[in-house]
Ligand binder design. Sequence first.
Ligand code: GAP
Length: 434
Amino acid sequence: MDRYENSLDKIISLAKRRGFIFQGSELYGGLNGVWDYGPIGSLLKERIKKYWYRKVVMEREDVALIDAGIIMHADVWRASGHVENFYDEMVECSQCKKRYKKDEDLGSECPECGGALTQPRRFNLMFKTHVGALEEQSSVAYLRPETAQAIFIHFKNVLNTSRLKIPFGIAQIGKSFRNEITPRNFIFRSREFEQMEMEYFVAPGEDESWYEYWVQQRLDWYLGMGVKQEYLRLRAHREDELAHYATGCTDVEYYFPFGWKELEGIAKRTDFDLRKHAASANKELSYFDEAKREKYVPYVVETSAGVERTLLTVLTSAYREEEVRGDKRVVLGFSPHVAPIQVAFLPLSKQLKDNCRKLFIDMSARFESAFDARGSIGRRYRRQDEIGTPLCVTYDFDTLQDNAVTIRNRDTMGQIRVALDKLANYIHEELKKF
Ligand code: GAP
């Protein structure tokens, strides 16, 4: 499959140049595995999360949203199995002492210096902390390594306070933390990241069909954001790859510049989590099914996506270079569903700034808009191309006479004159065509 040359390096440099992504704690030399999002990157992140929220929660009648704390009681992680099982195998170079996560890409020699690697040791990935003034065993808590557990903890609260009936889902978007041994591939594997997770509760025995349903839904979600179909595939886990709680799992994989990698996991978690928490907390976490006249512990189908991996997917899928009249043009061909800015408003001259700003404020109620009055118009178009803005509206001196503006299309670079009173409708229709 074709891939543009050195694409990851180019994307890292674009991401820095245009204010998408910076190294965490950069002023002090950086903190490995932590990335910060700049003005355009944080908008992109917000739009990806909103698109998930829209498709998984708001456009459905069977999924509710929660927002739980990041620091969670140690007992949650004992019951879920993370204290005991959430380990990676770590190996160390006997010469340079560099540590690596033992995975299939790693041979028996150190990739840095060729020294022999030690036998693997287990390394728990959770960040431990203490709550309160005393650092003792009883004050230990963990930063959550997945958002899913809070959903199980609040299963009954949501059930009792919403009108949901099985089958239904509880969704959450939020930060997760893993002390990864080797964070790498830019933002792909980091120590602090965000997850978009949904646990779908179903009657026992009905999880297989829901699992198949959600695998398809999730694949469609990426296609809906304009990710290239040929760069997406589904991969079912082998028995020996399954997490300790899963009886089946399918990954949505994306063809990153460093190869096919997991983007999202859809898993059958059975009744594992609810049963574990019910036993550990000595509380009942079951459901009375009025239609069936029976009580049971629901089975769960989970969809678990990473915000940053999605962002890297959207960035690499959208990136392209073109030749325009002998010059190189870099374009991010974002879908309007996730483009950080959908329409930029550009006054052609300083004297037109106030009029153009009024138009921008008016339109920003309907579209993700930006106002940019600085630099030559050519440079402004170039900047908008590089941050993936589908449409640019130019306000010029003729506008004062004819009450019309020029709209430029990012992909065709074609320009068309549109009357101000038809502008909102025109933009709305035009955005649908990307
Ligand atoms: N609740 C299930 C769960 O957390 P996972 O496969 O460990 O499953 C789900 O993680 C998703 O979270 C991954 O597919 C990925 O998108 C994201 N993710 C996991 N670890 C990550 C990391 N270190 N950096 C960035 N994203 C990560």
